[in-house]
Design a protein around this ligand. Structure first.
Ligand code: PRP
Ligand code: ZN
Length: 285
């Protein structure tokens, strides 16, 4: 029986969330420190723990069948792989940053400057597209320290919270691209592996939908029910159950996480009481 080999980041910004996603898909595996590959006990997958920078190449070469990593790496490495699904975590951006005290009047700042980065391909595309003549100094890590030690004038690196830039006395001036975690796949999967992949993608989509939505329960007097039904979007229409107290009902529905605060205000104005918002574990659409 063949297994689907999944590459995830060994340690870094994506590793915890990648493991958590697989676990929430019901995949059980042991992950002791120093373990570089492990087989899941209840699903036909093998998990490889690798440097995220190497994942596109390994998937292209079919050392791994699929990989979880940032779009930033996928776009930089330009390997023959396919993005199968966006995962909605590890949001970040690739940005140019300069010493905080430097005056900045626009992208021309970078003319004749030396810029340190681990993203030479994306940066050189950006400079070419914008007619900027700058020197690119490729380094593989601790990029933000480069101006401070006299290695470069500026940097181009991943910014998430912005705290690394701040501690190194740098300020972000241009965003080159926005990124989030994605699943990439080899373009040459066998039929057996595709079958496993489809099962996995089905589970991932269920986990993603669940994360994006909340289950909402509330009580309302009978006269308020029609108005509240209009406010509650729900997967279909809300479930309405009578309460023991005459003339009162309990309404259940699903709302998107990103709009539920706004809805809750509307619901209260319409007469809803005792509103409960509950996380959803899996959601099959
Ligand atoms: C990036 C970048 C910074 C950090 C920024 O590393 O190089 O070190 O994240 O995050 P912050 O804005 O929240 O401080 P990343 O994990 O992408 O790179 P790596 O895989 O090379 O460690
Ligand atoms: Zn990395």
């Amino acid at each position: 029986m063949s297994e689907l080999k999944i590459a995830i980041q060994k340690s870094g910004r994506l590793s915890e969330n990648s493991k958590k996603l697989l676990e929430e898909c019901g995949i059980k595996f042991s992950n002791g420190s120093g373990v570089l590959k492990t087989k899941a006990v209840n699903f036909p997958v093998e998990i490889l723990f690798l440097r995220d920078d190497d994942i596109p190449q390994y998937v292209e070469q079919q050392v791994a069948d699929i990989g979880i990593l940032g779009e930033n790496m996928v776009f930089e490495k330009k390997k023959e792989v396919t993005i199968l699904e966006k995962l909605g975590f590890a949001q970040c951006r690739l940005s140019l940053a300069i010493p905080r005290e430097d005056q900045y009047d626009g992208p021309e700042y970078f003319n004749n400057k030396k810029v340190a980065t681990s993203y030479p391909a994306l940066l050189s595309e950006y400079f070419t597209a914008n007619g900027i003549k700058a020197e690119i100094e490729e380094i593989s890590g601790s990029v933000e320290i480069a101006p401070g030690i006299g290695l470069a004038d500026a940097v181009c690196d991943i910014v998430s919270s912005g705290s690394t830039l701040m501690t190194n006395g740098l300020r972000e001036v241009i965003t080159i691209l926005k990124s989030q975690a994605v699943i990439i796949g080899s373009n040459n999967l066998s039929a057996a592996k595709k079958k496993i992949l489809n099962k996995l993608l089905f589970r991932i989509r269920a986990v993603k939908s669940a994360r994006e939505n909340k289950y909402i329960l509330l009580n309302a007097p009978e006269h308020a029910v029609p108005e509240i039904c209009k406010i509650l979007p729900g997967m279909k229409s809300p479930t309405i159950l009578p309460l023991a107290e005459k003339g009162w009902f309990s309404l259940h529905s699903v709302v998107r996480e990103d709009e539920f605060w706004e809805r809750i205000k509307q619901l209260r104005n319409a007469g809803a009481e005792g509103i409960l918002v509950i996380p959803i574990e899996k959601m099959i659409l």
